[in-house]
Write a protein of this length. Sequence first.
Length: 86
Amino acid sequence: MTRSQFETMAGFADPLTAVTRRGKLVLAQREGFLELDAAGERFELLGPFDSAAELGDDVEITGVVAPQGRGARETPAMLVRHVRRL
């Protein structure tokens, strides 16, 4: 790997880095799914998560946002690692 290739790659954030967002649990466009409505951002929540949080609750969610390619859905998906009711 040349120095210039390394410098270019260093500019990208690690796509597997966990992020934390606060918002409200709402129904997703796809039946049977929930979304997090977080101050103008919406994320479709993926993966089982044990939590007392219910539809309409204010929550803090930590997870990994799925990379989006061409032709991606409008709502990005987040693989949930942790949910906390606020």
